[in-house]
Ligand binder design. Structure first.
Ligand code: CA
Length: 239
């Protein structure tokens, strides 16, 4: 975040809202502005794409169902353009669009909120994604990750829970380290397969659920650290 010289006020980030439902667009705009964000809003996908370049937003709230260009296509185009390739995108979805969420996360959206959502929930998501910054998860995770009671240290190949070592298989270790490195972020099974098990093609069980189940067993009372996002995938709790 940039600070204005001589002023205690920080320049807040710009949020681009692409949403064709006018009422919702206004509510979202109002609530983001109240939080101090600069908001640029449009009901058109094509115009949204243009504004994503012209207005240099820090984050895009992207409705998936738009009259002219659907949200997934917009997300795809944003990722292809070097100007917007790293721009954080939160998809806004309707109930029952879980398969679109899976697709969207697969092409690089950062998160999603499902309608109906409360303004408070939306603002929390926006803040969380902005906090993660424009650095995409393609950048390697830190070697030592601390999340609540859990420490995962890849340099020592050691996982500690409440200070006690946890015995994990190599695959479980990689999976847990990856998830814990991206708290609050949802990953599809396919993403986890590619990102975590990518190089271990033949030797391991490619069923992510099996590994997650085993990890949870070993986390015992902290098993809820690894959350199931129904119809989508898995997420490490943002503790
Ligand atoms: Ca819509």
């Amino acid at each position: 975040m940039l600070a204005v010289a001589g002023s205690a006020d920080a320049v807040r980030e710009t949020i681009l809202v692409i949403e064709d439902e006018e009422d919702l667009r206004e509510v979202v705009t109002y609530n983001l502005k109240r939080e101090g964000y600069r908001v640029v809003a449009t009901g058109s996908g094509l115009e949204g794409l243009k504004k994503a370049c012209d207005e240099a937003p820090d984050l895009v709230l992207l409705d998936l169902m738009l009259p002219d260009l659907d949200g997934l296509e917009i997300c795809r185009r944003l990722r292809l353009d070097p100007l917007t390739a790293r721009l954080p995108v939160i998809m806004v979805t309707a109930k029952g669009e879980e398969s679109d969420v899976v697709l969207g996360l697969g092409i690089g959206a950062d998160d999603y909120v499902a309608k109906p959502f409360s303004p408070r929930e939306l603002v929390a998501r926006v803040k969380a994604v902005l906090r993660r910054g424009p650095v995409r998860s393609e950048d390697g995770p830190a070697e030592r990750v601390v999340q609540g009671p859990l420490v995962v240290d890849s340099s020592r190949h050691e996982a500690l829970l409440d200070g006690e070592p946890v015995s994990l298989t190599a695959t479980e270790f990689r999976l847990l380290h990856f998830l814990a490195s991206h708290p609050g972020r949802v990953f599809t099974r396919d993403q986890l397969l590619r990102r975590v098990l990518g190089e271990q093609v033949v030797l391991v069980d490619r069923n992510i659920d099996v590994h997650v189940r085993s990890i949870r067993q070993k986390l015992g009372r902290h098993r809820t650290l690894v959350e199931t996002v129904r119809g989508v995938g898995y997420r490490f709790q943002d503790v």
